[in-house]
Design a protein around this ligand. Structure first.
Ligand code: IPE
Ligand code: IPE
Ligand code: MG
Length: 235
């Protein structure tokens, strides 16, 4: 009898941290680290796809990251625009649906236009899902969900988990089974607070620009060895 296949996460969230340290180690500027970090995304997506994981969520910019120096924020926003403009054709050709989560109204009109167009163009794709969190905060998302329910006339005294989940930016997405954080910090930094309630956490010291297919494999092995109980008892 062959061994049962190892458990595979359906959806992986990645906190892509360590770009600044990667740059500093090389005597480069922080935006150089962010540029290198962007280059990591495609090979990691391909490795995930080969492994059978077709849904990724990437934390690219938090609601708290506006507190960084203006030049770094501007460089990041430029990179998001350049990358979206450059990568959408291929993602679309590969059947990947793009979704961007976060407070979009606070982004520049040019970035917003690119995001809207990418989402519209890829909305019918079903082979994979790439969700990018830009100006995203888990707390802001929950506040926005409550406001959305209230303005839709929902009776908030009777709100339940399904209604709230359906009003989050991630409505309709499966919850992440695995959250990977690079660069060693053991915190969520406001990423997918609601959705990651039962996600397994994998922290690696590898800095995001150095993260590769092998690191993903290690994370998947770690995940496969976990006992998920969801509050119950061993079965
Ligand atoms: C992650 O890398 C990218 C963003 C948060 C935008 P950092 O820029 O946080 O890198 P470190 O943590 O300073 O090394
Ligand atoms: C988390 O990284 C946000 C992103 C990766 C986009 P940070 O570098 O902002 O997190 P802290 O400040 O170390 O918690
Ligand atoms: Mg950081």
């Amino acid at each position: 009898m062959s061994a049962a296949p190892a458990a595979l996460p359906r959806h992986i969230g990645i906190i892509m941290d360590g770009n600044g340290r990667w740059a500093r180690q090389r005597g480069l500027q922080r935006p150089d680290g962010h540029r290198a970090g962007i280059e990591t995304i495609r090979p990691v997506m391909e490795a995930a796809d080969r492994a059978g994981v077709h849904h990724l969520s990437l934390y690219a910019f938090s609601t708290e990251n506006w507190s960084r120096p203006a030049a770094e924020v501007a460089a990041l926003m430029r990179l998001f625009e350049e990358t979206l403009a450059r990568e959408v054709d291929e993602l679309h050709a590969n059947g990947v649906r793009i979704r961007v989560i976060g407070r979009r109204q606070e982004l520049s009109p040019s970035l917003t236009r690119l995001i809207d167009a990418a989402e519209r163009r890829t909305a019918g794709n079903r082979t994979g899902m790439l969700c990018v969190a830009i100006n995203y905060g888990g707390r802001a998302e929950i506040v926005d969900a409550v406001r959305r329910l209230a303005s839709a006339g929902h009776d908030l005294a009777h709100v339940d988990e399904a209604a709230l989940a359906g009003a989050l930016y991630t409505a309709g997405m499966p919850d992440p089974d695995l959250i990977i954080r690079t660069a060693g910090e053991r915190r969520t930094s406001n990423f997918l607070l609601w959705q990651a309630a039962y996600a397994e956490l994998h922290v690696t010291p590898t800095l995001w620009p150095d993260f590769g297919a092998h690191d993903l494999e290690v994370a998947l092995q770690d995940f496969a060895a976990r006992q998920r109980r969801f509050g119950g008892v061993d079965g």
